[in-house]
Write a protein that binds this ligand. Structure first.
Ligand code: ATP
Ligand code: MG
Length: 336
């Protein structure tokens, strides 16, 4: 049985809409105008125990809202979800002891206190046995290399150090399911890498189930075999990271190393010319035509070396996000 099961999950927010001008402002005092924002719309998803799943999508796609629903922070408008058999928004104490939510954009630790004080509080809240607490804390601080920082007030820590403390706080009660909302946001590449390595090790070691959102494809590539893309509150793709390139990119990038002295003419007819830095030339052409284009290029020019690659993943994902948004805009336009 799946450890996370989401069926037709929907969350809409009612937001106050302010009209323009004085007249609207005055009317608004008496008759408030509301607008529905569908943050999550009919989402279906199943995650098996031990999976490390990336949850991707453009800003405002509904990722954080989904994680909040699964953590029982907010109630859904409709639909169902179960995590380890619990309905999250029923806020069962037993459920609380078995999952954790970490948000990169939000502090859960006491700002003015040393992290270890917050950890002690967690120990009491989650009723962690003193021995188990010391053992887990020792392991986590070792793995993350923050032993010396435990007694410093959290406000004095760097962003990366603070994130490590947030992770420790979340893992002290050894949750089986972990929701990570942009845990590496704003971190430098070294800190980002450290946290990736830690999460990878920890997840493999414990076999826990993780749902991660991140805008950094490096996190996703390092950690997740399965990627779920959501946009406009709905699941758009569910598969491997590399599968995104196959499904959403109709293009290949061809790099040619021309023989000395050749100045190519009329490259445009083979595709989009990305760069010309002789003797190197980069072209983007459609996947379907790549073999024909290669044959013609080889016939026309003396080529020393040739490489055919997929376009960069970030680019494909950005294109997919904007395509989803513009399809939506077209659909909305038709409705009006
Ligand atoms: N408390 C709220 N009240 C009203 N609308 C909200 C609220 N929280 C989120 N929304 C709206 O719901 C939609 C989804 O927001 P959500 O925070 O889930 O996006 P996200 O995928 O996490 O985006 P990001 O990548 O920017 O973090 C957005 O349109 C947002 O404006
Ligand atoms: Mg978010």
């Amino acid at each position: 049985m799946a450890i996370i099961e989401i069926e037709q999950l929907t969350k809409s927010y009612r937001v106050y809409q302010k009209g323009e001008g004085l007249r609207a402002a005055i009317t608004g005092l008496f008759h408030r105008q509301y607008r529905e924002v569908l943050a999550v719309r009919d989402v279906n998803l199943k995650v098996e125990s031990g999976e490390f799943v990336a949850f991707l999508g453009p800003n405002g796609a509904g990722k954080t809202t989904t994680l909040k629903l699964l953590s029982g922070v907010i109630y859904p408008t409709s639909g169902r979800a179960k995590v380890m058999g619990f309905v999250p928004w029923q806020r069962d104490n037993e459920y609380r002891r078995r999952f954790a939510l970490v948000m990169g954009q939000k502090n859960q630790l006491w700002w003015d206190l040393p992290a270890q004080e917050s950890f002690r509080l967690h120990q009491r809240i989650y009723r962690i046995e003193p021995q188990a607490f010391q053992k887990t804390l020792g392991e986590l601080t070792d793995l993350l290399g923050v032993k010396d920082l435990l007694s410093r007030p959290v406000r004095e820590l760097s962003l990366g150090e603070r994130m490590k403390m947030e992770l420790i706080a979340a893992l002290l009660h050894s949750p089986e399911v972990l929701f990570l909302d942009e845990p590496t946001i704003g971190l430098d590449v070294v800190a980002q890498h450290n946290i990736q390595q830690f999460l990878k090790y920890y997840q493999e070691e414990r076999g826990i189930t993780v749902l991660l959102t991140s805008h950094y494809m490096k996190d996703v590539a390092a950690l997740c075999r399965r990627v779920v893309v959501i946009a406009k509150g709905q699941v758009q793709y569910d598969g491997s990271l590399t599968g995104i390139v196959d499904s959403f990119s109709g293009a290949k990038v061809v790099t040619l190393q021309l023989a000395e002295g050749i100045v190519p003419q009329g490259l445009e007819k083979f595709g989009e010319v990305l760069s010309v830095q002789l003797p190197k030339v980069k072209l983007k052409c459609s996947r379907a035509e790549v073999s024909r284009v290669l044959a013609q290029l080889l016939e026309q020019y003396t080529v020393e070396d040739i490489a055919v690659e997929d376009p960069p993943l970030e680019e494909v994902i950005a294109a997919m996000f904007s395509r989803v948004s513009s399809e939506e805009a077209v659909a909305e336009g038709v409705k009006k």
